[in-house]
Design a protein around this ligand. Structure first.
Ligand code: MG
Length: 260
């Protein structure tokens, strides 16, 4: 069941979204050769602490029973890693890409966003992957202004990625968000069977974390033996962009952009 949010609740979610945006902006400014994802993690932890924001990722339970909880404030997924990468002390190198995903809760309300960053100069096909993935997120938000159902938006996202010769990851999807980071509904970046049966009506009060994951060579993924990091099966690059977006009577409103 989708919990609709009031304008007041959406304003509270914007407070959390703003801090998430600040955290990702800081990470973006750190993204140069030689930096480690652990340093990015520490910077985000400090920003959350400054704002009395509750980190949502650290301690997040593993979906496999008995496996370790997530150990960090950000997911940092490098190159062939799609999502859920664990920060490390390894310095990033020129030509790498890193997807950084993070979330926090302030006064009981959540924000969640992700961005993929190029480290120095990247190969043209990698730059194109970043452009296509961020454009997929942007086109989805624009489409929410005129579409009635999420399946119409998902179809556009899928079509665009395919038209660029790339692949939408299907194993992971976006989600409703509010007082919990993960609420109903699931928000696929393609027209899934579940969506066909049970579509999402884009009405005011619906708040979704929209997060296309796109890969160069395959939609298939593996999970590494750290029980978190998801990589592409062909080990080619993958990118991930995410915003928390609220439907309002005036149309979609991004809650995780930097400043009003
Ligand atoms: Mg998310």
């Amino acid at each position: 069941m989708i919990k609709l949010k009031s304008p007041r609740e959406i304003a509270l979610m914007r407070d959390a979204g703003r801090v998430v945006a600040r955290a990702l902006d800081q990470v973006r400014r750190m993204a140069v050769p030689g930096v480690s994802t652990s340093e990015m993690d520490e910077a985000v932890a400090a920003i959350f602490k400054d704002h009395d924001a509750l980190p949502l990722f650290k301690g997040y339970p593993n979906s496999t029973k008995g496996k370790p909880a997530f150990p960090a404030f950000i997911c940092a997924s490098v190159n062939d890693a799609v999502v859920h990468g664990i920060p490390t002390r390894r310095p990033l190198q020129e030509g790498d890409i890193v997807s950084v995903d993070t979330g926090c809760k302030i006064n009981g309300w959540c924000g969640d966003a992700a961005v993929t960053l190029a480290i120095g100069e990247v190969r043209p096909e990698i730059q194109k992957l970043l452009d296509v993935t961020s454009q997929t997120l942007e086109l989805s938000i624009r489409a929410m202004a005129r579409c009635t159902l999420w399946s119409e938006v998902a179809a556009l996202m899928e079509k665009y990625v395919k038209s660029q010769g790339m692949y939408v990851i299907e194993k992971f999807v976006g989600h409703g968000i509010g007082q919990d980071m993960h609420e109903d509904p699931q928000v696929p970046n393609f027209v899934s069977k579940a969506l066909r049966k049970n579509d999402i009506r884009l009405e005011p009060g619906v708040v979704l974390a929209i997060e296309p994951m796109v890969a160069l060579g395959t939609k298939n993924v593996d999970t590494l033996n750290d029980h978190w990091t998801v990589v592409t099966k062909d080990r080619r690059a993958s990118a991930h962009f995410e915003h928390t977006v609220a439907m309002t009577p005036q149309g979609p409103r991004v809650l995780t952009f930097l400043e009003d």
